[in-house]
Design a binder for this molecule. Structure first.
Ligand code: UDP
Length: 402
């Protein structure tokens, strides 16, 4: 099977934790590699983000990353929609020059969905679309969020025209039906996975020692620095606990030289008298993260919304309990009272309350960590990749029958 992954706006090889590069990049990379290991041929198409990006790079068995010229070969602060036609032409020209076509085009995010609407028919491929986030849902969770006016109408067009829409969780299927009139029959629920070999429990004391956190109680947040992630709640909750515990909040991610959210969080830490107790670790390479997860007593995920909640799953894979907002994918990933706690409201008191339960009871924390690891083991990428391969085969069979 030949699969084209369309990943226009964010390279799966980008530095994670900054700007646009987050869960989607990890997801596309792991999914492509899992499919490659199963014998599929996968080309991932992305915009050339750096002048030095080679036209084609090998990314493991059967997987290639194809850089297509579209707009300036650098990260672009403004809208990327204007360069999309160039991307479509470039991706098509690449396939023509190689004399190749694809069975399935799988697009990621709305911009790539638009590209897919043109490329899939040109290649004679079925189009599967994953949105990762949806404009209407983001706006519901955070009415202040700014979205390009073209986004929501584009998402509607993709919903109407794609052969299938893939979501990570049932709640997303409901949201697509509710806000985008997506027929349930065309929406397939397939969860993302986690690399359970990279993300595994390490010795907690050693991990703390390595990070200079020996003797501390560690509250961890990992991700892009985006107000949607609500890291301010982690800082405020820790402030409520500091009388009783020697807490340190570790925030991983963000570009610390030039990040308004980092500045906002640092100002908050100062206001709350927490400046010595909040560590801005900056972006950490993906394979360096197990040390952070293992060092933590608890991972906090207080986001307004997460479509999947990959960071929570990575923490669970490392045997760390998660205290998360009862929202989006987090609500089914984290089992309340078993692998951590789900918090119904975005208030520091409720987070502090749940974290306190874990800090006061090492046995409970460790038991929840073990339950998290077992849950994560069910979601390794090889198993998830097999489900995707079956799903793509199903798309082709349905077309053949038609
Ligand atoms: N990540 C990383 N280094 C960092 C920050 C984040 O490797 O410094 C990775 C993290 O491990 C996870 C992804 O980026 O795999 C973030 O995914 P998530 O879905 O939680 O957030 P998103 O950024 O997609 O909203």
């Amino acid at each position: 099977m030949r699969i084209a992954m369309l990943c226009y706006h964010s390279s799966p090889m980008a530095r994670l934790g900054e700007r646009e590069a987050g869960g989607m990049s990890v997801y596309v990379r792991n999914l492509a590699q899992a499919l490659g290991r199963q014998g599929a041929t996968v080309d991932i198409f992305t915009r050339r983000h750096n002048a030095g990006d080679p036209p084609v790079a090998a990314m493991g068995e059967g997987v290639r990353l194809v850089h297509v010229d579209a707009g300036p070969p650098s990260s672009v602060a403004g809208p990327l929609l204007p360069y999309l036609p160039e991307f479509v032409v470039g991706a098509h020209a690449f396939a023509m020059a190689e004399g190749t076509s694809y069975d399935v085009a799988h697009s990621h995010y709305w911009l790539s969905g638009l590209a897919g609407l043109e490329l899939a028919p040109a290649w004679g491929a079925r189009l599967a679309a994953t949105f990762h986030t949806l404009a209407e849902v983001k706006l519901l969770a955070d009415p202040g969020a700014e979205e390009p006016p073209e986004r929501s109408p584009a998402e509607r067009r993709i919903v109407a025209a794609a052969d299938a829409i893939v979501v990570s969780d049932r709640h997303e299927r409901d949201l697509l039906a509710q806000h985008y009139a997506a027929p349930r029959s065309r929406v397939t629920v397939l969860p993302g996975g986690v690399d359970v070999d990279t993300f595994r429990p390490l010795d907690r004391d050693e991990a703390r020692e390595r990070l200079g956190l020996a003797g501390k109680r560690v509250l961890l947040c990992v991700g892009r620095f985006d107000p949607l992630k609500r890291y301010d709640l982690a800082v405020s909750a820790a402030a409520l606990l500091r009388e009783r515990h020697d807490v340190e909040v570790v925030l991983v991610g963000g570009d610390l030289n030039n990040d308004p959210e980092a500045e906002r969080l640092s100002a908050l830490a100062q206001t709350l008298g927490m400046d010595g107790r909040v560590r801005f670790a900056g972006t950490v390479p993906h394979d360096g993260l197990p040390t952070y997860y293992s060092a933590a007593d608890v991972l906090l995920a207080p986001s307004w919304y997460e479509s999947f909640g990959l960071v929570a799953l990575e923490a669970m894979a490392c045997g760390t309990p998660v205290v998360a907002a009862r929202t989006g994918g987090l609500a089914s990933l984290v089992r309340d009272g078993e692998t951590g706690y789900l918090v119904p409201l975005h208030t520091p008191e409720l987070y502090a309350d749940r974290v306190e339960v874990l800090l006061a009871n090492d046995g409970l924390r460790d038991a929840m960590g073990r339950a998290g690891r077992s849950r994560a083991e069910e979601m390794g990428w090889d198993a998830i990749g097999r489900r995707f391969a079956e799903f793509y085969c199903g798309l082709l069979t349905a077309e053949a029958v038609r």
